[in-house]
Design a protein around this ligand. Structure first.
Ligand code: SAM
Length: 439
């Protein structure tokens, strides 16, 4: 018998001989935490024994794909649901490894790697979260060269004589000077209006901010007999945060991205057909740091190889190119870096694309050292975002670029500025060479 306690929102199951087999506590009832997960019986509840190990899960019958109609499980009626969908207790040995991992991650897919928990829900289909490894910080895959050397950080690149909080200091320190004379953040830890608007303008119309050089290193590297004119380079606006060689402390107001995720986020299944997405559970002000796009650090050469292999296997990459350095010098594919969040990543791997009027903007952040070869790719709110609103960013895809071999998705962003809708009757072709990512 399954009942919901009216007082504290728990489900209780009365003990019987079948449940004894699940090593239940001697009290005779199982108390399963409900609250947010209760309205969706697709979210499984774990039945733990006295040692805290999970023996079985309480889950909607149709959530476990391989559980055939003849499989008995242990049927339980759910009186909390108006249409009384049936719940079954499924012993752990009948679950696949991916089922088990997803079930364990329902309340916190970060596995306690972040200072906040991030839950997942699916109120649309019976799908579990795709298998991936949560990592809170970028990790080098193999031979990508990320040189974080204290000796490369000169006196002008850090504020070694500062104490406490640099942002509240009346005189700008060396790190503020690296930001163009003032910090990007205000005293509340939000991006200053002018800096944010500048980043949004670059993101929405990058070509307007191109710089053209006379003797273009990229055109010269093509080794053509005829040297073509420069196609233009995007100069990105960087944030420079204080770091370990600085004198200030971890709570310095110029250390936002390096402190990790602090807002209340949730991964959810989107009803519009975009797969999983990320949303905020609390209202976020304009200019707030949401999360960094974290993944494996790869060379572009390795990324190309993965894309070629995946074209055969049907797998995919979730890449972001770290291209800020490319404008000033020619960078070879075996040196240039990208991030791939498909197998190893953080919550940002679930952020979907929205053409033009997305509520997040990406900003490169320099933390561990000067130079724009390796940096952090951080996402900030462009405007106030309401609780439960989906978080989106513009991947920079040009749906009309025919030269890129990677075919982009059919965009379902719903924006009135959708660049894919405009070409709705034409076939989907490829993503652009200047896309920030080809997710
Ligand atoms: C970084 S992932 C985002 C998370 C993804 N939705 C998932 O379920 O794992 C990028 C992929 O999401 C899907 N996607 C993102 N934005 C979309 C959009 N506006 N319309 C349709 N699909 C989208 C595409 O399949 C894309 O390759």
């Amino acid at each position: 018998m399954l009942k919901e306690s009216e007082t504290h929102g728990t489900l209780s199951v009365t003990r019987n001989k079948d449940l004894d087999a699940l090593s239940l506590p001697p009290s005779g009832t199982i108390h399963v935490e409900s609250s947010a997960t209760l309205p969706s019986p697709r979210n499984p509840f774990s039945l733990a024994n006295r040692t805290g190990q999970v023996d079985a899960v309480l889950v909607s019958r149709d959530a476990i794909h391989h559980l055939s109609e003849n499989d008995d499980g242990m049927e339980l009626e759910d009186p909390t649901s108006s249409n009384s969908r049936s719940l079954v207790v499924v012993p752990q040995h009948e679950l696949t490894a991916d089922d088990i991992r997803s079930i364990h991650d329902v309340n916190d897919l970060t596995k306690a790697e972040e200072s906040v928990q991030i839950s997942w829900v699916n109120e649309v289909t019976n799908d579990f979260l795709p298998p991936f490894h949560y990592i809170p910080q970028n990790l080098v895959f193999q031979n990508a060269s990320v040189n974080i050397l204290l000796s490369r950080i000169g006196d002008e690149d850090c504020c070694s004589s500062c104490v406490g909080n640099c942002v509240s200091s009346p005189t700008p320190c060396a790190c503020a000077n690296k930001n163009g004379g003032e910090f990007a953040y205000n005293a509340r830890g939000l991006l200053k209006e002018g800096f944010l608007e500048g980043c949004i303008a670059i993101s929405r119309n990058p070509k307007r901010y191109y710089a053209f050089c006379k003797d273009c290193p990229i055109e010269r590297s093509k080794n053509d007999d005829c040297l073509e004119p420069c196609k233009g380079h995007l100069k990105r606006k960087f944030i420079k945060e204080c770091w370990s060689k600085c004198g200030c402390g971890k709570q310095c107001g110029n250390r936002i991205v390096q402190r990790g995720i602090t807002c209340n986020l949730q991964v959810f299944f989107t009803p519009e057909g975009k797969g999983w997405g990320l949303r905020t559970l609390e209202e976020l002000p304009k200019g707030a740091f949401v999360c960094e796009f974290v993944g494996e650090i790869l060379t572009i050469k390795e990324l190309h190889e993965r894309n070629m292999k995946h074209a055969v296997t049907g797998e995919y990459t979730y890449p972001v190119l770290l291209d800020a350095d490319w404008g000033s010098r020619f960078v070879k594919d075996e040196e240039a870096l990208s991030l791939d969040a498909a197998s190893f990543g953080n919550a940002a791997r679930f952020i979907n694309h929205r053409c033009y009027d997305s509520n997040l903007v990406e900003i490169p952040v320099e933390i561990e050292g000067p130079g724009h070869h390796y940096y952090h790719f951080a996402l900030f709110t462009c405007r106030k975002v309401a609780a439960k609103e989906e978080l989106t960013w513009d991947y920079g895809i040009d749906f009309d670029d025919h030269d890129n071999p990677i075919k982009p998705f059919q965009c379902k962003c719903g924006s009135k500025f959708c660049r894919n809708m405009k070409r709705s009757n034409r076939s989907v072709r490829s993503s652009p060479s200047n896309a920030r990512c080809s997710l």
